[in-house]
Write a protein that binds this ligand. Sequence first.
Ligand code: COA
Length: 184
Amino acid sequence: MTGPSTPNIPAAPAIRLAVAADARPIAQMSRSLVEAGLRGWSWNPVRVLGAIQHHDYCVAVAGVNHELAGFAIGEFGDNQLHVSLLAVARAHQRRSIGRALMAWLEHSALTAGIHEIHLELRAGNHGARLFYQSLGFAYVRAVPGYYRGEESAIKMQRKIGSRNNDNEAAQSLEVIEKLFNRIK
Ligand SMILES: CC(C)(COP(=O)(O)OP(=O)(O)OC[C@H]1O[C@@H](n2cnc3c(N)ncnc32)[C@H](O)[C@@H]1OP(=O)(O)O)[C@@H](O)C(=O)NCCC(=O)NCCS
């Protein structure tokens, strides 16, 4: 028998806005997947909770079988969306969850009339750089010592909605819907 509950076929992710109870698991994922090897804990539970509760931030979580599979934190500026943090649990990587979370943020940005997405990543994070490149992000510059003086950052950016905002917003919604329905 096959179906979403079959162990070898993961259920499609469901993306929703984070709630207060998500703050600790998100922070723990940041510590182990994004901040690993750096001094301190920048995105600790208190900071993540602050983002969940602040209207300038959008915190999305992807759940698979009621388990936190990934999350994205975006901060809205006047003209740009800054992706502050993004991670997908190792067991769920390469199943398009990162892509779906980014599409979700992009749709939110387009809805808010924002045309640019910016982000930084650790210079040594080659997998994430390839991931962002696959989504159309371009290298902007390197910032030495950006991470606690210990590691450089790579800044990347992508313009969105430049030609036909309504059409592009609809397309990113379509991507999200397709990804929700996809079972790999
Ligand atoms: C980077 C990350 C968010 C990607 O999430 P993901 O759900 O695994 O990515 P997706 O499955 O949506 O990948 C989409 C495409 O990106 C590219 N990609 C993703 N991860 C990649 C990797 N490690 N190496 C090369 N290409 C990669 C591929 O083209 C992939 O498409 P494909 O699987 O059809 O080949 C995830 O690997 C992660 O959480 N890493 C640890 C934390 C981190 O680095 N966060 C980002 C910096 S803050």
